[in-house]
Design a protein around this ligand. Structure first.
Ligand code: GAP
Length: 440
């Protein structure tokens, strides 16, 4: 019986708590009182975040012949951000409360100070979200550098490099996963909006006449990616931006939205950026960023369709969506019903007792599975407690090695979702787990 909290505030609190308690996500620098809005990913979190990024890369790069990868620098010179438009327009409206001097994003507070309730504010001013720093020991304009606020610009500035070295032609894409930084005025909701985060972005270059078709194509692909990885369909929706809300570069943007505990909000944005970026960088650098179509003997600037997702934000949505409480043998258990591809550990090997004979067989089972699955090995506490611990962090399969295993060379496989237990010969354990995870 499902007894998952229906109260959204409870759900958010429970998931944040679980993430901290079980080593998914820690407050950064917490021995110094924490550093606001920065987080560290612990032993389970780093596994899960890597799985999210791996699944994205697999779908977007590995399984396609028309997309190649890139890993560009995080530090970049002002020229890039002047051309991209970020220096001028990548701003949020900032106001100060005249009573308590708190600083807020004007568009997020409905005219009332969230700290003291006052309605008196300074005039709003444009606050640039980019982190500015200095490269090298010399101060001054020549040394200014920015931490990238999106990975996208690396794909545009490398357009010619990738085109000539990969021999691709439009329609083709460049994909990148990596850190981005924004000096958000109001970071909030755990890792939903932070100042340092990870993005997974594709810039897909197409002939201008095909832009609309590819825009629709990528909206559908990206929506289905979340469904395929287990997000409940009723928690996902598409939201097309009104013309007046579009970013400075966009001719059309549709968000994939998730129903978070605080309501529908962005998970990923898919934009038709037109020829804005390649044209801007061509003009600013003096290097033409175009495609020469030999067959038609014509040069053109491709349009860009951009599915831009957040890896850390997606991980949070997957955690929220997977969190359930149900009743097993009269006790409430919390369980993360994560898709096996995302689970921090896919298999846990559990010797029934600490007897050396059992540990010996367990270590053999572990060695058999480790090349194929991410495995935990747990010998502490009762077997019931260990099952609960694995359920709580989303491990889909527990393998118990007991005294019978020494005689029958078989183990018990327990399924996280059904709690059903099956006896499986060790000789066919790998094949059994592959079948359970739909792998040939
Ligand atoms: N290149 C286009 C671009 O960066 P965006 O909508 O600003 O578009 C894309 O960002 C995605 O990056 C968002 O949908 C979100 O998942 C993630 N993201 C953006 N800002 C974030 C933040 N401050 N914290 C966590 N994730 C963020």
């Amino acid at each position: 019986m499902d007894v998952t909290p229906t109260n959204d505030a409870d759900l958010l609190e429970k998931v944040i708590n679980l993430a901290k308690r079980r080593g998914f996500i820690f407050q950064s620098a917490d021995i110094y009182g924490g550093f606001r809005s920065t987080y560290d990913y612990g032993p389970l979190g780093v596994n899960m975040l890597r799985n999210v990024k791996h699944q994205w890369w697999k779908t977007m790069v590995q399984m396609r012949h028309d997309v190649v990868g890139l890993d560009a620098a995080i530090l970049s010179p002002p020229a890039v951000w002047a051309a991209s438009g970020h220096l001028e327009t990548f701003t949020d409206p900032l106001v100060d409360c005249l009573k308590c001097h708190g600083r807020f994003r004007e568009d997020k507070i409905d005219g009332v100070c969230p700290s003291c309730g006052s309605t008196q504010f300074t005039e709003s001013r444009a606050f640039n979200l980019m982190f500015k720093t200095q490269a090298g020991p010399v101060e001054g304009d020549g040394a200014t550098a920015y931490l990238r606020p999106e990975t996208a610009q690396g794909m545009f500035t490398n357009f010619n490099n990738v085109l000539t070295t990969s021999r691709k032609k439009p329609p083709f894409g460049i994909a990148q996963v990596g850190k981005s930084f924004r000096n958000e005025i109001t970071p909030q909701n755990f890792v939903f909006r932070t100042r340092e985060f990870e993005q997974m972005e594709l810039e897909f270059f197409v002939p201008p006449t095909e832009a609309d078709e590819w825009y629709r194509y990528w909206i559908e692909q990206r929506f289905n990616w979340y469904l395929d990885l287990g997000i409940r369909p009723e928690y996902l929706q598409l939201h097309e931006h009104a013309k007046e809300d579009l970013s400075h570069y966009s001719r059309g943007t549709t968000d994939v939205e998730y129903r978070y505990p605080w309501g529908w909000d962005e998970l990923e944005g898919i934009a038709n950026r037109g020829d804005y970026d390649l044209t801007q960088h061509s003009n600013a650098s003096g290097v033409k960023l175009e495609y020469y179509d030999q067959a038609a003997n014509e040069r053109y600037t491709p349009y860009v369709i951009e599915p831009a997702a957040g890896a850390t934000r997606a991980m949070m949505a997957f955690l929220l969506d997977a969190y359930h409480e149900d009743e097993v043998e009269g006790e409430v258990r919390s369980v993360l019903r994560l898709d096996w591809r995302l689970a921090p550990y896919q298999v846990a090997v559990l010797p029934l007792s600490k007897k050396p004979e059992l540990e010996g067989v367990s270590e053999q089972v572990l060695a058999l599975l480790q090349p194929h699955f991410s495995c935990d090995y747990d010998i502490t506490q009762s077997i019931g407690r260990r099952y609960r611990r694995q359920d709580e962090v989303g491990t889909p399969f527990c393998i118990t090695v007991d005294f019978d295993s020494l005689e029958d060379h078989a183990v018990t496989v327990r399924d996280r979702d059904t709690t059903l237990q099956t006896r499986v010969p060790i000789a066919s354990l790998l094949a059994d787990l592959r079948a359970r995870t739909n792998q040939a």
